[in-house]
Design a protein around this ligand. Sequence first.
Ligand SMILES: *Cc1c(COP(=O)(O)O)cnc(C)c1O
Length: 383
Amino acid sequence: MNNLVNYPVMAVDDIIRPTQLQIDLRLLKENYLKIKSHVFPAKVMPILKANAYGHGLVKVGQLMEELKADYIGVAVLEEGILLRESGVTIPILVLGGIWGNQIPVFIKYDLAMTASSIEKLKQIDEISIELKKKAKVHLKIDTGMERIGVHYYSADKLLEESLKYKNILVEGIYTHLANSENSDLSYTRLQFDRFNEVLRFYEKHSIEAPIRHISNSGAICQMPEANLDMVRPGIMLYGVYPSYEMIKPIQVLPALQWKSLVVYFKVIKPNHPVGYGSKWVSDHNIRAVTIPVGYGDGYLRSMTGSAEVIIRNKRYPVIGSISMDQIVVNIEQDSAFNGDEVILIGKADQSEIKVEDLANWAGTIPYEILTNINTRVPRIYIE
Ligand SMILES: *Cc1c(COP(=O)(O)O)cnc(C)c1O
């Protein structure tokens, strides 16, 4: 940007790529507050993994700090470090496993660890003694996912062991649900029952349980009895529901819009194929515009043949294969001009394209659409 400083008419807006994400922090805040009041008195741990589902880890983290959220959840150590280095002081839990020599780093940055074996607890204890600083952990129980976590049927030993270490503060105990967004909740109930069975350990020994948490977005909406002490909303915080079929008692709104501009206009003659592979051809003259976005930004190539965009309040199909940096849109006999706004995800007066639409076109889930929008796309925040 430095070489442009002396150029008199160049405003910052002109330098930024026309393809951008507009993220409304006011809506994110509203979504958070709606979830919080819906689950009250349970605490809330907003989940900010994978760059806050594409919305920008630092900005969303700072918003949660401002809102004094009870906790933040991220997936990997580096996400926790970045939050701490951006001035976030509220408690942070890293949901993924601990690997190699990460334990001292967790302790140094005051990040809570997910512990799911006795060996890990021992290791954490030894290192925290060396560092003369208490370590924080949440115990992870596997109630039906078969990923990290000690099996529910052999959890007692881990819970017992966790009481022994004076240098470890066991702040929480949790499990994760595999099917909570389905309309059939029988497996979710089974997982909840298994978790409750594990938690009876504390009752049996008359010990106060640490913070108990199980619910992701699906369960927050569909199984309020599972709120327990804290809930972990991810995708809902961003205004997107995990599935179409589920009950939606909380009205959240999408916080993100993905926009671009028309950068080129041309007329395409019959039998002149569009894009790589030359698979799309017209049998009549059409008007087409080029938009500077592609799979290199996370506009997935698998949406080829189904994707649509909004220009001047109307939906138009993307034609030809989606390439790395550009797409071509067929506007038939309509008009569009260079500089016209293009909505890839978002709302116009009479039309809307949702994250869920892109997920359907790509044959995937909304989560993957959001987390694939990469850092080449500048984020613009509305505060
Ligand atoms: C991602 C994640 C969540 C949030 O899930 P959503 O479906 O996005 O609400 C909650 N808990 C854990 C352990 C997770 O990994």
